[in-house]
Design a protein around this ligand. Structure first.
Ligand SMILES: CC(C)(COP(=O)(O)OP(=O)(O)OC[C@H]1O[C@@H](n2cnc3c(N)ncnc32)[C@H](O)[C@@H]1OP(=O)(O)O)[C@@H](O)C(=O)NCCC(=O)NCCS
Length: 181
């Protein structure tokens, strides 16, 4: 069984970052993340058209955390509490002892190693606290930034396709190969 109790919310810290729960006051940044055409270029998801959409998204996400169904962190700087991106773990399977990871950064904050720092911390949390054995990432095969990021943290191509969308590829990381601590 996975250790999936997400209350109290697990705030994580790294050298530069604090990963905290989403707040309603993050609605403008969430709106940008979920409406910006560049950020969403390879993401097949409903876009936010209004601030209300973003606010409803935050409410839904926090309900899912309350139900221990998913974890979704706001990525902030430890010395400045503004949301610069998000990172999430979802699709938990107690049977397969696995989950999926997703992430996104506001364009102004890309190219600074922020996501690598956040991903490393979340991987450690998934392996060492939730006790998943494998983390998977599904993303568009042309999403080179995502491939670069995942390969830097030792994910490998699973060479399997998503039945619902042949343009998606899958990368995975198994706990046995986790040497990020
Ligand atoms: C995927 C995504 C998060 C990657 O962002 P990113 O900024 O490239 O990733 P990182 O934060 O790890 O930064 C890496 C870059 O910062 C540079 N960098 C600068 N300072 C650094 C530091 N201190 N440490 C590490 N890298 C640093 C690296 O050299 C690298 O640059 P490069 O891309 O020119 O090689 C981003 O492209 C994104 O949000 N895309 C849209 C959403 C998406 O597609 N998500 C994936 C599907 S779930």
């Amino acid at each position: 069984m996975l250790n999936r109790i997400f209350t109290p919310f697990p705030v994580l810290t790294t050298k530069r970052l604090t990963l905290r729960q989403l707040l309603i006051t993050d609605e403008h940044e969430i709106f940008t993340l979920r409406s910006d055409s560049e950020i969403n270029k390879y993401l097949n998801r409903p876009l936010s058209n209004t601030i209300d959409d973003a606010r409803n998204f935050i409410i839904k996400i926090n309900e899912n955390i309350h139900k221990n169904a998913a974890l979704y962190w706001a990525i902030t700087f430890s010395d400045k509490d503004i949301l610069v991106g998000t990172i999430c773990l979802y699709g938990f399977s107690d049977e397969n002892e696995n989950c999926e990871i997703g992430y996104e950064l506001l364009t102004n904050f890309q190219g600074q190693g922020i996501m690598k720092e956040a991903v490393e911390k979340v991987i450690n949390y998934a392996f060492n606290t939730i006790k998943v054995k494998t983390i998977e990432a599904f993303f568009h095969r042309d999403n080179q930034s995502s491939i670069n990021l995942l390969e830097k943290v030792l994910f490998i191509n699973s060479n399997k396709s998503d039945e619902t969308n042949p343009e998606l590829i899958c990368y995975h990381l198994s706990n046995s190969s986790n040497n990020l601590e």
